[in-house]
Design a protein around this ligand. Sequence first.
Ligand code: FE2
Ligand code: FE2
Length: 322
Amino acid sequence: MSSDEVDENSNLEQLRDILINKSGDVKLSSRFRALFLLKSIGSEFEKDKVRANTAIRYIVECFKDNSELLKHEVAYVLGQTRNLDAAPLLRQVLADKNQQCMVRHEAAEALGALADIESLKMLQDYFENDPELEIRQTCELAIERIKWENSTASKTEILQESLYSSIDPAPPLAITQDEDKNESEKIAKLTRVLNDQEAALFERYRAMFRLRDIGTDEACLALASGFNDPSALFKHEIAYVFGQLCNPVTVPSLIKVLQDKSQAGMVRHEAAEALGSIATDEVLPILKSFLNDEEDVVRESAVVALDMYEYENSNEMEYATV
Ligand SMILES: [Fe+2]
Ligand SMILES: [Fe+2]
């Protein structure tokens, strides 16, 4: 085991040192692994609050880093911990205009994931006034998610059970009694909501997550129509969902987005990561061709995706020889 490898037995300080790259030569993929281990400790606040909050504090140290990719992931995982003690720290990141847009976006989204009522006022302010469209749209979603989470609707709506453990920017649209029994009709209706420029963004996201949870090839192809949307935020979420679905039918649409340099970095990054999760044979040479992309988040996503792929395969081989 080399010095920058970590596992469940590493202590909190070892994990922090890897995450913040204390030695200066830690691979990005190892830093990501340390982050995920710290995240699961940060989530266990009901078991051991002191240890959980120490993990949160160590994770937050990473916001001093330069890597937009790593920091946006840091903000994302903080939102997934359900640990409300992370909320004030995330508010600082949203307010910090020196942080890159993708990092601030993920901080705002994380406040929504935490359903932090105390952040509503701030989110409203940034929804109305932030110069970046992606931030305004994220705040709009986060506000709606917090309101929904604290509404009676969230207690009474019947939702399809999700295969995914992520806390998403919006819940799936509820199952209604009068909904189409015919699967294609149902998907067509959801696709209309998904792509309806007049509908509220939160509703459109709800359609997106319902289509994800349906998860058939037909639903995946319907989701791919979302790549025609003008919003970078919306498109990056479609790519994110494809990374969860891991359905090879999405590969052509993801490759198209990744190769299209007119797409925002956040969209291309998410497409690269999704392709990394799908990792069919055709995907690997494509990811390799982006190892030198001029966009930092795209290049780093390709590096991390390929590292993770290699790591998983080498581990499988190790297990196979035991
Ligand atoms: Fe995001
Ligand atoms: Fe991302």
